[in-house]
Design a protein around this ligand. Structure first.
Ligand code: ADP
Length: 357
């Protein structure tokens, strides 16, 4: 005789389409009922893509149907439409007019990558610091980072920001370091919170980050998206009113394909491309010569195919990693380094692109 626990266990083998994570850890399984040899599974999913629930239902039927003693599997699927992309308030006053928390945020920009490990968070943090320096010198408003990486929130460590955010009038206050205001799941959970609990928290947390954080006056909010281009990321970019997106990639030509997939996600929700940043582009030798360790051309190729520009190329520099580990981004610790100068050059272009829009 099959039992419910057996069904719940085996449901962990059903992956969310396009993800390596399963539907149980994503919190999609609402109920499992068993009546003799008949199983009924209730699933709730938020997606605009009808193929996602179809694929999940088919996989659930097949997987649960393989349990000995189960003759029939019924799947009850509840599909929620993701929120529509909130339209920016228009012109330079931008921001999400319908969302009070974001009203004082002039421009929100996403930093995304097709896959993990390309240095997306490193780039987001250094870019935010570079933007902050330029804007402060010009007497303009502040800069923030919203760290949306639930599984590996690394922004607080990289920015040397620690502590528990305070709550004031039901709003979360970001934590500030080097003049950059940050909010991250890393502030709200302990490192040993089981990853399975985080799945169901994703959308709720991001909605909180989008609606319940008192950023104050911000000129630019950098949104560090989780790596990848799946449905969860899509829901995310629909939750936050974005003025544009930056894609981070690495120089190997094959990386361009992965990066392009990321960019297509923004097309779906009409978020314009602001440009491509190529990371780990070259290593500078003691003689000043450049060595292309990971090949060449990935950034330019990605930019060409997205019809946007290559904003810059960040060298592979051990001091960048050391800066991340010590919580002092290289833009702050060594502004004269080639990497820091490149970040500032990129930040300048981003500001120009935003103002032009
Ligand atoms: P992602 O956000 O894409 O997963 P991270 O930003 O966490 O990647 O970076 C992964 C690792 O690579 C980190 O240890 C970081 O310090 C290091 N790293 C990123 N960019 C560079 C670089 N240009 N030079 C040296 N180390 C880098």
């Amino acid at each position: 005789m099959a039992d419910k626990d057996q069904i719940k266990d085996i449901l962990r083998m059903v992956k969310f389409p396009g993800f390596s994570r399963d539907i149980v850890s994503f919190g999609l399984v609402r109920d499992v009922a068993l009546d003799g040899a008949n199983a009924q599974i209730s699933i709730e999913v938020t997606t605009a893509d009808s193929r996602v629930p179809e694929k999940i239902a088919a996989d659930v039927k097949q997987t649960v149907g393989e349990i000995e003693g189960i003759d029939d599997v019924k799947v009850r699927m509840e599909i929620n439409e993701p929120n529509q992309q909130p339209k920016p308030g228009g012109g330079s006053s931008g921001g999400a007019s319908g969302n009070p928390a974001m009203q004082k945020v002039k421009y929100a920009i996403a930093v995304a990558s097709g896959k993990g490990g390309v240095g997306k968070s490193t780039v987001a943090v250094n870019l935010a610091c570079a933007l902050q320096r330029i804007l402060e010198a010009e007497g303009k408003g502040g800069v923030g980072i919203m760290d949306c990486d639930i599984y590996g929130p690394s922004v607080p460590l990289m920015l040397g920001a620690a502590g528990r955010p305070e709550i004031e009038n039901d709003m979360i206050l970001p934590i500030e370091n080097f003049g950059v205001r940050t909010i991250s799941m890393g502030f709200l959970i302990d490192e040993d919170t089981p990853v399975v609990w985080r799945g169901p928290m994703i959308m709720k947390t991001i909605q909180q980050f989008a609606q319940n954080v008192n950023w104050g006056e911000l000129e630019i909010l950098v949104v560090d998206l989780p790596p990848g281009t799946g449905d969860a990321q899509l829901s995310l970019v629909q939750t936050i009113p974005l003025e544009g997106a930056i894609i981070v990639t690495t120089p190997q030509p094959a990386a361009a394909n992965v990066a392009r997939r990321g960019a297509r996600m923004f097309d779906k929700v009409n978020v314009p491309q602001l440009g491509v940043i190529e990371n780990m582009s070259y290593m500078e030798g003691p003689d000043g010569g450049r060595q292309a360790l990971f090949g060449e051309g990935g950034g330019q190729e990605t930019a060409n195919s997205l019809e946007t520009s290559l904003l810059g190329q960040i060298p592979l520099d051990p001091n960048i990693r050391v800066g991340c580990d010590q919580g002092i981004p290289i833009v702050v610790s060594d502004p004269e380094s080639a990497a820091a100068k490149e970040f500032v050059k990129i930040a300048r272009q981003v500001i120009n692109n935003l103002v032009k829009k």
